[in-house]
Design a protein around this ligand. Structure first.
Ligand code: NDP
Length: 274
């Protein structure tokens, strides 16, 4: 049986659940994989990626801080990587020297979120204007929400984000000033790292109600709530953390490497908590 040589690169990498997730996929789909975590420093990234694929590697996941650099190392890129300038998946085949870069974060989010809340025709507020906000906007736009609203602590980062999507053919509008937005906000997505050291708080009042669905891209490894969700429960009982996005983006990478889409019904307790 072919053995796929796979891995995840980042710095730090100890926290990564990707090896456990991909080993579960392999068991489930009856494939043999060797999936390793690699801590790679930025200055060694180019040579690491080149050596990994030249020595027969099949695929890599990419996590912080290497997503932008990996999109530049690749010799071919998907349309979404061209648009956002970042990649979370690299693939090569033993026959070709091509290194292909893909980003599965956005579609991973959509696969999870659409099982939990209706995205089409919704007013969706994204908090944050960093790398993860950038990576999810095109996939959200593809679902034709009514409006995508953006808010960020540093207001000056919002406009450049919107300008990047100027050529995106979407039938909905991206709104950068939510001060006078009076319609209901249906979904709030937290794409910030706020609350990592303490409680989450947003710097202004938002038009939220008990019908609003709250989705945090961050996740916990157990049943505790993230700081964002602890804040969100003052408004609504409808919420989710980003564990499902983690599983779904991993599944899309696995499919790219092996041609087989694994099942994504995985619970936190299925992974070994260290
Ligand atoms: P970036 O560093 O690129 O961006 C951080 C964002 O958080 C910025 O918008 C920043 O605002 C904001 N922020 C940071 N601290 C605060 C604060 N105290 N108050 C308000 N805003 C704050 O990070 P990423 O976009 O790459 O990642 C964001 C989160 O998404 C991370 O927690 C990451 O783990 C998670 N993620 C989850 C994935 C999954 O599979 N579930 C995949 C990818 C990311 P400002 O511009 O003002 O500094």
């Amino acid at each position: 049986m072919t053995e796929y040589r796979l891995g995840v690169i980042g710095d730090p990498i100890d926290h990564s659940l990707s090896p456990q997730i991909h080993n579960l996929f392999a068991e489930q789909t009856n494939l043999k994989i060797d999936y390793q975590p690699y801590r790679v420093l930025s200055e060694n990234l180019n040579s690491f990626v080149k050596d990994f694929f030249e020595s027969g590697g099949d695929g890599l996941n990419v996590t912080l801080p290497h997503k932008i650099q990996c999109s530049q190392i690749a010799t071919s890129t998907s349309p979404i990587v061209d648009l956002i300038g970042a990649a979370n998946t690299l693939k090569s085949t033993k026959k070709s020297k091509d290194i292909f870069a893909e980003s599965t974060d956005g579609n991973g989010l959509i696969q999870d979120l659409q099982e939990k809340s209706k995205i089409g025709s919704a007013n969706i507020l994204i908090l944050g204007a960093g790398g993860s906000a950038l990576s999810i906007i095109p996939s959200i736009a593809d679902c034709l929400p009514k409006n995508i609203l953006l808010d960020n602590r540093s207001q000056e980062k919002i406009q450049p984000l919107i300008e990047r999507f100027n050529n995106l053919t979407i039938n909905n509008s991206i709104i950068d000033n939510i001060d006078h937005f009076e319609d209901d906000i249906d979904i709030v997505i937290n794409a910030t790292s706020a609350g990592f050291s303490g409680a989450f708080n947003w710097y202004r009042d938002l038009n939220l109600s008990k019908k609003t669905f709250f989705y945090d891209l961050s996740y916990t490894k157990d049943n505790s709530k993230t700081p964002f969700l602890n804040w969100a429960i003052q408004y609504s009982d409808n919420y989710s953390d980003g564990f499902g996005m983690l599983i779904n983006q991993a599944a899309l990478s696995y499919e790219l490497w092996t041609g087989i889409m694994p099942g994504t019904t995985i619970n936190k307790s299925d992974l070994i908590n260290d």
